[in-house]
Every structure is written in structure tokens, then in C-alpha cells.
Design a binder for this molecule. Sequence first.
Ligand code: FAD
Length: 400
Amino acid sequence: MSHCLTAHSIDHVILERGEVAHSWKTERWDSLRLLTPNWLSRLPGYRYEGADPDGFRTMPETIDFLEGYAATISAPVRTRTNVSSVRRVDEGYEIRTDQGEWRCRTVVLATGACNVPRVPPVAEALPSSIRTLTVKEYRRPDQLEPGGVLVVGASASGTQIADELQRSGRPVTLAVGEHIRAPRLYRGRDIKWWMDAAGVLDDRYDEIDDVTRARNVPSLQLAGSTERRTVDLNRLTGLGVRVVGRLAGIADGRAQFSGSLRNQCELSDLKMNRLLERIDAWASAQGLDGEVDSPHRFEPTRVEGSPPLGIDLRRGEIRTVVWATGFRPDYSWLDVPVFDRKGRIQHEGGIVRSPGMYLMGLPFLRRRKSSLIDGAAADARDLSDHLVHVLHHPAPGAVG
Ligand SMILES: Cc1cc2nc3c(=O)[nH]c(=O)nc-3n(C[C@H](O)[C@H](O)[C@H](O)COP(=O)(O)OP(=O)(O)OC[C@H]3O[C@@H](n4cnc5c(N)ncnc54)[C@H](O)[C@@H]3O)c2cc1C
């Protein structure tokens, strides 16, 4: 957004409570690599130039990349400036920070989608002997004492952490609710290559059937690794991970798992196959069938005959619970009435229902790729065009 505003000669400032790339520096586990290949982090005028375009950035490499971009575009970042309130005032907005106040005509909220881990209320019923960690707190296996781990949630973070913990020698039980299975490689190419080339990542918020639903679907079960590993449930059960249904409750120290595991897995296989069908249709239409491997389907997710419906958490078998149950944004500092009943900001493709206010970086904000680094460029281009129009055509009554 800063790049686009500069291109439009719009005077602006970026307020950041930490440093550039703060979330990557402080909120990720040690072994994490981006699940998007190196080439798929294209920012305006800046892209991967190294020798391994199909590799996956480590965290230090991701931080270098973003710091390099901020320096290249001379982004006017004020670091260590925490925004504590944003209020509407006649001519625009008043921004309070721990480094003083700002006034602006327009404001872009780019504070991220993953500020607060969503921990389900059942967490309160866990026996006090069990240690709990959220994905944001998890760093590496030796942070956990030896013994069994219950990982709750089987999307990108949960499956990656379950894989790492199981390989560290801690027996993992993985509680699986709604999830979306995806292979790392399909027909000899990276799944993200296919999704980008076939236009899946460019699907627009105003052209799909149910955008509210699309904004809430979990992340694909994908990981970035040098071996290009797929981290689906078949891989995890092959490693020895015990797969159970969604954590439905905890009563008298006993965790209860939903009986819908088989259904959830069938649904997930179905969604994966729909994606592969779309890719195959696109490949045929492009005449690619002779150039890439033939279409094929993956073995359905294996589910054991009668997965356990409960575990007694007082028996000592489970020492730690890792909540990999997603995140929500934090807007506690936003004092403008733009929220719906569920506390979500009401907006139309990032244009908030408060004049001159914009959002960036949320799932499916304008496109399927909106919450990826690679999605920022197109969204910023659209939203900065709108912002410039608003600045040049102020609403009647607004001070110019
Ligand atoms: C575990 C995980 C893995 C991911 N993997 C990938 C991946 O492989 N590929 C990919 O493209 N994307 C990935 N993402 C998404 C990516 O991290 C970003 O969410 C996305 O790029 C959007 O970036 P952003 O700058 O909008 O948000 P963020 O990166 O969250 O940045 C928001 C910034 O706002 C600052 N901030 C928040 N509140 C305030 C305040 N009140 N005052 C001042 N500053 C504030 C924060 O300190 C932070 O620096 C991943 C996300 C997570 C959580």
C-alpha cells in the first residue's frame, strides 16, 4: 500500500508497534518455512531473485525479504509506535499512539488477521496438570516436556506442528475438525503453481457464491520443506500420529471427540478433488496435457475403524495441549462503529463503511490470495485507486 500511495504522490506514514516484519520476528515457530514457494511472494517492483525459486523461505529469509522491500521503497515506517485508538473526527481520523497523535484524512488498517489465537471455551475445563500452548507460543519440540501431546486443529499449523512433535518422539494425538487436504505436488508441479496459473488464487470476493463462508474456510494442509513434503493425515498416521475427531468437550477430566471424523475426511477429500478437477480442466484448455504428468487422484484419507471418542486426561498420557484452532484479528483500538454483531469489520472488498477507511491482509478480502504476501499487490492497487478518488472528491461537508 505504501508503494502504491507513493506512486500516487500521497503523503503517508506507516505506524508499526514493533519492527518491520514484526509478526515474522516474534510470532512464528523456529522451523517454520513459508508454505508458498519463493517465487510466489511478488510485491510491486520486488520479487525473488535467488537460485531456488521453487524453495520455501525460512523465517530469517522471510524477514530479510520484507526488510529489503521496506528499504527498497523507502517505506516511511515509524517503528515502536503502538496505535491505541483510532477515532472519527470531522475531517478524517484521529490516531492516538504511545508516540503522540496523528490526524489523517484516510486510514488503512493493515494490522493482520492473526493477532489473537482462537482458543475454544472447552479449554477452561482442562485439568490443571496439563500444560497448554497456542501456535503463537509454540517455538520448538524441546519447549514441551516429554510425553504425549494433544494437538487440536488440523490445518496448516496443526498438521505441521503434529508432524514435528511426533518426529521428536512425543506421541501425538491430533483432533481433526473441518480441514482442507492438499498435496504439495500435483502432476509434477507445486500445487500453488497450479492455483496461481489456473486463476484459483485470483478468484474475486464479488464473483464467488458465498464470500462469508469463503472468508472462514481453514488454511490448506500445506507445509514448506526442502523435501517438498505433503503433510496430510495419511502422512501423519503413517508416522504414528493418532487421529481423532474434533474436540467437542471436556467433562470430568475426559476429552470427548466428535464421531464425525470419517465425514470430515470424506468432505476434505472431496474438496481436494474439486480443486484438482478445476486444475485438470484448466490444463486441458491450455493444451498442457502433453507437457505435464497425467491427471491422477490420491488415496482417500485412511480413518481407523473406530477412532477413540475420548481420552482420560487425568491419566498422564497427555502432558501438553497445543491449540492450533486459528486466529482472529484484534481491533480493540478501533473506536469507530464499523463492526457487525460478531465483531467483524463490515466492508466491501476492503472498503470500510466509514469514509476513507480501508482494510488489507484479511482472508479473501478482495481475492482468494488476499491474506498471502503475494495478494497484497493487487489489493493495494485497487484500494489505493479508491483512496485517491476519495481524497480528490471529498464527501459534501468534509473539510478539504
Ligand atoms: C503461521 C502463519 C504462516 C503463514 N504463512 C504464510 C505463507 O507461507 N505465505 C504467505 O504469503 N503468507 C503467510 N502467512 C500470512 C502472513 O503472515 C500475513 O498474514 C499476510 O502476509 C498479511 O500481512 P500483513 O502485513 O497484513 O499482516 P501481519 O504480517 O500480521 O502484520 C501486521 C502488522 O501490524 C502491526 N500491528 C498490529 N496492531 C498494531 C497496532 N495497534 N499498532 C501498531 N502496529 C500494529 C503488527 O505488529 C504487525 O507487524 C502466514 C501467517 C501465519 C500466521
